[in-house]
Design a binder for this molecule. Structure first.
Ligand SMILES: CN(C)C[C@H]1CC[C@H](N2C(=O)N(C)Cc3cnc4ccc(-c5cc(Cl)c(O)c(Cl)c5)nc4c32)CC1
Length: 332
């Protein structure tokens, strides 16, 4: 394996945990805190036109802070590579979780789906659309919390979410009718459609629209008809129908979903989507860094609030994660 000198002393690279397109994702240890992280490694020479997508993903990840969105800790750029240091999700892909259980109960599906609704409502509230929502892009952490990943296709249309997008992207199986027709579309509306496909996959253990032939898959999506198994409750079926509306203007909105009767069944609480304000600094974490690096806390704080996504950022964010887990705040 190529030795990355820039990581030496800061991270210890371990096994490859996945490959995606132009990136390799490796498990690693953040040496100062001993915390496990996932590092997405991209060779600039191989990126070509995808470099703009990577820059887009980085700027998106830097502005996202939500319990159900994979956290970015640090960005390292060298002559030849870009490294994204991110939260490690040890629970694997949601997709595999569904496959091994065949299908989930309504209660399990509701627990997972509320987290997806929270993450997507948060994304939309700050002007982003994910545009590639699918089970493969939803991971689990060790506490079965969902983590949305892969923001390479997310869009923040100039002038806000009301402005239509054009680029057709994402996977056809989860693509909305207006997307496969190459029409103008709203990122928020195609995300809701993809969430409808996701909810169907959770509850039914199969895809609503599936076909080996891409053209017949498209036809099925445009017709918008899919099997409605009898084991589905009427509330869940009603929600799926309102999300898989061929006409995007008839489709339920994410705001209406927050308090939908299936979403709140048994919980009564609508979905919350605003994260704890991450801007209030954790003084104890800053003090641990200050004493470790032998500088005043004020200096550490002044550096941190620039959010440079350097090793100080990753050390601070990982100390905050340790504190949240109740682990001891110490640095090596
Ligand atoms: C199929 N995709 C295009 C790539 C695939 C690469 C492995 C990855 N993974 C896995 O597949 N496990 C099973 C382990 C795993 C554990 N923690 C992870 C933490 C972050 C990410 C991650 C990956 C990418 Cl490409 C991102 O853009 C972001 Cl924002 C985050 N992937 C992780 C990851 C899932 C995605």
């Amino acid at each position: 394996m190529v030795r990355f000198l820039e990581l030496k002393g800061f991270y210890e690279l371990e096994r490859t945990i996945g490959c995606g397109g132009f990136a390799k994702v490796k498990l690693a240890t953040h040496l100062a805190t001993g915390e496990k992280v996932a590092i997405k490694i991209m060779d600039k020479a191989l990126l070509g036109a995808d470099l703009s997508r990577v820059k887009l993903e980085i700027s998106a990840l830097k502005s996202l802070c939500h319990d159900n969105i994979c956290k970015l800790y640090e960005v390292i750029e060298t002559e030849t590579h870009i490294f994204l240091v991110m939260e490690y999700c040890s629970g694997g892909e949601l997709f595999d979780h569904i496959v091994e259980k065949n299908r989930l109960t309504e209660t399990e599906s509701r627990t997972f789906f509320r987290q997806i609704v929270s993450a997507v409502a948060y994304l939309h509230s700050i002007g982003y659309a994910h545009r590639d929502l699918k089970p493969e892009n939803i991971l689990l952490d060790k506490h079965q919390n969902l983590k949305l990943i892969d923001f390479g296709l997310c869009a923040k249309p100039a002038g806000g979410m009301e402005n239509p997008l054009f680029t057709s992207c994402g996977s056809p199986t989860y693509a909305a009718p207006e997307l496969v027709q190459g029409k103008q579309y709203l990122g928020t509306e195609v995300d809701v459609w993809a969430m409808g496909v996701l909810l169907y996959a959770l509850l039914v253990g199969a895809l609503p629209f599936d076909d080996v032939n891409i053209d017949s898959l498209y036809k099925k999506i445009l017709i918008g008809k899919y099997p409605e198994p009898s084991f589905l409750s009427s509330e869940s079926l009603q929600l799926i129908r309102s999300m898989l509306q061929v006409d995007p203007k008839k489709r339920i909105t994410i705001q209406e979903m927050l308090s939908h009767k299936w979403i709140t069944f048994g919980i009564l609480e609508p979905v919350q989507y605003f994260p704890r304000n991450n801007k209030n600094y954790q003084r104890d974490c800053i003090d641990v860094m200050a004493s470790h690096y032998n500088v005043e806390s004020r200096k550490i704080w002044q550096h941190l609030k620039k959010w440079k996504y350097d090793y100080s950022t990753s050390t601070y964010l990982l100390l905050v994660a340790k504190k949240k887990r109740g682990s001891s705040l110490k640095l090596n």
